[in-house]
Ligand binder design. Sequence first.
Ligand SMILES: Cc1ncc(COP(=O)(O)O)c(C=O)c1O
Ligand SMILES: Nc1c(O)cccc1C(=O)C[C@H](N)C(=O)O
Length: 403
Amino acid sequence: MSELVMRAEKLDAADELRGKRDGFVLDTASDHAADAAGVYLDGNSLGALPAVVPGRVEDVVRRQWGELRIRSWEESGWWTAPERIGDRIAPLVGAAAGQIVVGDSTSVNVFKALVGAVRMAGDGRDELLVDATTFPTDGYIAESAARMTGRTLRPVTPAEVPGALSGRTAAVLLNHVDYRTGRLHDLPALTAAVHEAGALAVWDLCHSAGALPVELDEHGVDLAVGCTYKYLNGGPGSPAYLYVRRELQDRFDSPLPGWNSHAEPFGMRGAYEPASGAPRGRVGTPDILSMLALEAALEVWDGVPVEAVRAKSLALTDFFLQCVAEYVPEGRVECLTPVAHAERGSQIALRCDDAGEVMKRLIERGVVGDFRAPDVLRFGFTPLYVGFADVERAARVLAETLG
Ligand SMILES: Cc1ncc(COP(=O)(O)O)c(C=O)c1O
Ligand SMILES: Nc1c(O)cccc1C(=O)C[C@H](N)C(=O)O
């Protein structure tokens, strides 16, 4: 047995989150060739299925919808689900209750948050800064938000943000973890710099929530958005969330003031009067089936401290880098993810010229990561269900695939 295989066994034996894996539906050895039983390293795109979800969805469909029908808006708690589930996500992102609402896609929430931030910043500030390296949807929406609010959009890298801030800056949209490289940005320092300039900080948490501590309240983040289908395992297209810091809630002027965000939705009034608190971020009728699947999925977090998840995440990515260094011939791949823990999220991105082909072959052998154009192999490590033996096997199969 190789030294790395033995090391993986030891690390797995000492892993306090080991038992959490049983709470997920994952491949077993019999699904694949014995030497490459499914290793799922794509939870940074779509989290695996928590075992409690199918039964819950069945109950929501058959009993809550099929039998209770319209009564379920009250009796099954459908109407209040967006805030209730927001409060379930809150501790995972360091937020006190009452500040997060779940619903719509991340893209839609980026729009609400950015336009809301610009409106709160006031008329004198005519610039909007956006992370130039962002996942494309954030950039597209920021461009539209700037155009609609009459602001100028300035794309800058996160490192350039402090130098780009001025009295003209209304708001800044940043990513906590870069979707491509897995680089973790300094949320406390960047938020403080944005505040120093008198602007609002809006963070996209898609690649950090559920993988590492976020501490929104502690660092005074103004608004934040995130998806729930990656490290929160809510399922394909599960609803996203919007955080508006408590002190800003009364000033938040949503650009999508649908009837669900009205102070009295069933008053059916012609004049709009916004609800107070987190419900002000709602728009229209919530997507109950996805929303309640997410609520069930979040049960896997019961009793799991985010700090333990972070510690395991770093141990997994450290071990992957060690295995890659050991198995893959030098120079064949280039690691784009920072080695420093303070700068690393929960994924490793490796650059190689034939990345698209390599990922295809890896997936054929049961090691599932993903390819991001033009030349990046991405491997996401979800601490709740990825183990150290998986990591060793993935690196070994990668080396064999690279030839
Ligand atoms: C950083 C980031 N923002 C936004 C999105 C997606 O937004 P949406 O949920 O609207 O598809 C993703 C991934 O799809 C992402 O990685
Ligand atoms: N949301 C996705 C989808 O609907 C299809 C395929 C992939 C996704 C993703 O989430 C991509 C992901 N945000 C990324 O970091 O690349």
